[in-house]
Design a protein around this ligand. Structure first.
Ligand SMILES: Cc1cc2nc3c(=O)[nH]c(=O)nc-3n(C[C@H](O)[C@H](O)[C@H](O)COP(=O)(O)OP(=O)(O)OC[C@H]3O[C@@H](n4cnc5c(N)ncnc54)[C@H](O)[C@@H]3O)c2cc1C
Length: 575
């Protein structure tokens, strides 16, 4: 059995920032970080447009209060306002700290950090490194982990959270290189396992975003919060779904329908293309439904709209958003200097997740906590994004709450002993699970089942939802879950068996999908990204509450938890 004071699962921005903070504050703490990818291949590396903070380098009128208000309004008033206050107050110092670590941000002429406009933000406050911001930050953080002596287990897959008597004691992990199984016991376990974009058939997320951390918590009997709130980013490149950053619209690009109209004037006349993502994704979906989408031959009635950059000119495109130009050129052969890009909404971000308090400690229910267990980043729900996240607030959440969670752990771990674990029970269970998957004599390929599931989730729990459509989705999911016992694996080896990993990930996707659908089914209102055609209004009297969904093989139980409202009273949301 391996032992560490702290084991962090996840090598993206949130996990790395927490590890660094613990080592800075308590250098003698034995911290280990495990990731199923190499840490610098975590999805954070793909973040493009930027990270919000009121540095006031362009706009001296900006303030943390304005950033907090924009965030709460963007969240459709479901964000916890104490958590948002911390996020927005801590933002400027957190950016300066990143800069001192060595992160290369883009600059103004006078050498200060540049800032650009982003959707739903009332001031220019998004700091960036061209359109490769995640890359710039993650590389520096990973370098610093090595410098501080954090143990890194890269390319190990965590299969199970060890939770006994309401206390987290460690994890079970599988070495992808050779199939070794290990139990790690630790005084503190932290999850920073990222999102679940792969639940849907069209997503901007990487192949590793399969919601493993969420599924492991659910399987251990812990609740997941606000899972019905899935962010569909308005501008996924058609047909592949990869992201064309909001930075492109932040720099002034237009959205146009088949008639050439900038249709956002009908949906958000003031903010136009820089309305929040939920509103813009709905607008594009409605335009396509009304027959004003575009086909590949340019005729009307097709499945996408145009993102038009041409008026920005070559120099601006190539200096501010070069990666987006490159993606469209490489993947669909469009030269955005001369032609508009084909785009439509793509599953992008998880507003919900593992419920935590503002120290990052995981909740066991509305008013109790799990001992020894913390979470931060996209897998967690603290909740700063509520029903809809504003662009450039997620990287910020990862570094602010990664840091604060690290700080809380550094203190918490001092009073903890290493827990007792019967390692062989866990190893045997993991071994049995793997062996039974390898030996299963089924007739179904993993890819086929996964595709069926992803198509079903996109069809039954997409941008617009109704009770009837979701009920059909829940029924289909039950069938798909049964089909899982019919999958077969060609690859029986222990070395780099990616097929086995895909089977484990698929079982996680199925759990997460069911929780998303059931939480959405039970929320009978429209709020932020959750848009119901049978309940079109926001219903504060009944649903100004967080969902807590508890999973069990028998079904899902739903409870609700109050929202923290201490500064901004809910109002109608107009842009
Ligand atoms: C294309 C794209 C562009 C984006 N652009 C922006 C932007 O400009 N601004 C912004 O604010 N936000 C942006 N976002 C969102 C933001 O990047 C993410 O929310 C954030 O980076 C998530 O970081 P994280 O640390 O929580 O998780 P991730 O970076 O996703 O890392 C998850 C880690 O967990 C590990 N892991 C997962 N499961 C297991 C397991 N079972 N065992 C072991 N390890 C595991 C993975 O290997 C990985 O190391 C973007 C997202 C995408 C997809």
């Amino acid at each position: 059995m391996l032992e560490h004071d702290v084991i962090i699962v996840g090598g993206g921005l949130a996990g790395c920032r927490a590890a660094l903070e613990i080592k800075r504050l308590e250098p003698d703490t034995d911290v280990a970080l495990v990731a199923k990818t190499h840490p610098i291949r975590s999805h954070s590396v793909a973040a493009q447009g930027g990270i919000a903070a009121t540095l006031k380098n362009i706009d001296p009128e900006d303030s943390w209060e304005a950033h907090a208000f924009d965030t709460v309004k963007g969240s459709d008033y479901l964000a916890d306002q104490d958590a948002v206050e911390i996020l927005t107050k801590e933002a400027p110092n957190t950016i300066i700290d990143l800069e001192h670590l060595g992160v290369l941000f883009s600059r103004l002429e006078d050498g200060r950090i540049a800032q650009r406009a982003f959707g739903g933000h009332s001031h220019k406050r998004t700091c960036y490194a061209a359109d490769k911001t995640g890359h710039a930050i993650l590389h520096e953080l990973v370098n610093n982990l090595r410098h501080h002596g954090v143990t890194i287990y890269d390319e190990w897959y965590v299969m199970e959270l060890i939770l006994e008597d309401g206390e987290a004691k460690g994890v079970v992990m599988y070495r992808i290189l050779d199939g070794t199984l290990e139990v790690v016991r630790a005084k503190v376990v932290m999850f920073a396992t990222g999102g679940y974009g792969r639940v849907f058939n069209t997503t901007s997320n990487d192949y590793a975003s399969t919601g493993d951390g969420l599924a492991m918590c659910a399987a251990a009997g812990l609740p997941l919060e606000d899972m019905e709130f899935v962010q569909f980013h308005p501008t996924g490149l058609y047909p592949v779904g990869v992201l064309i950053s909001e930075a492109v619209r932040g720099e002034g690009a237009y959205l146009r329908n088949s008639e050439g109209d900038r249709f956002m004037e009908h949906y958000a006349p003031k903010q136009m293309e820089l309305a929040p993502r939920d509103i813009t994704s709905r607008a594009i979906t409605l335009e396509i439904r009304a027959g004003r989408g575009i086909n590949s031959d340019g005729s009307p009635g097709g499945p996408f709209v145009h993102l038009d950059l041409r008026h920005l000119g070559k120099e601006k495109i190539m200096s501010r958003v070069p990666f987006c130009w490159e993606e469209a050129h490489r993947l669909v052969g469009i030269d955005a200097i001369h032609e508009p890009m084909p785009v439509r909404p793509t599953a992008h971000y998880s507003m919900g997740g593992i419920p935590v308090n503002t120290d990052g400690q995981v909740r066991r229910s509305g008013n109790t906590l799990v001992e020894g267990f913390f979470a931060a980043g996209e897998c967690a729900c603290v909740s700063v994004h509520g029903a809809n996240r504003l662009g450039s607030n997620s990287l910020l959440e990862c570094v602010v709450y990664g840091r604060l969670t690290g700080r809380a752990i550094a203190q918490y771990v001092q009073n903890r002993k290493l827990p007792q674990i019967n390692a062989s029970t866990y190893i045997n269970r993991a071994k049995t699970r793997i062996d039974s998957l390898l030996n299963q004599k089924g007739d179904l390929r993993i890819a086929k089942l996964r595709q069926g599931f992803q198509d079903s989730m996109s069809e039954h729990c997409g941008v617009f939802r109704t009770e009837e459509i979701m009920q059909a989705g829940i029924d289909k999911l039950h069938d798909l879950r049964e089909q899982y016992s019919r999958v077969y694996l060609d690859d029986q080896s222990t070395a780099w068996n990616t097929e086995l990993l895909e089977a484990l990930e698929l079982s996680n996707l199925l759990i997460v999908g069911e929780i998303i659908l059931t939480s959405a089914f039970n929320r009978k209102e429209s709020r932020g990204a959750h848009s119901r055609e049978d309940f079109t209004e926001r219903d504060d009297a009944q649903f100004l509450r967080h969902t807590l969904a508890y999973h069990s093989p028998a079904g899902i139980d739903i409870e609700y938890m109050p929202v923290v409202i201490n500064r901004f009273e809910p109002k109608e949301r107009k842009y």
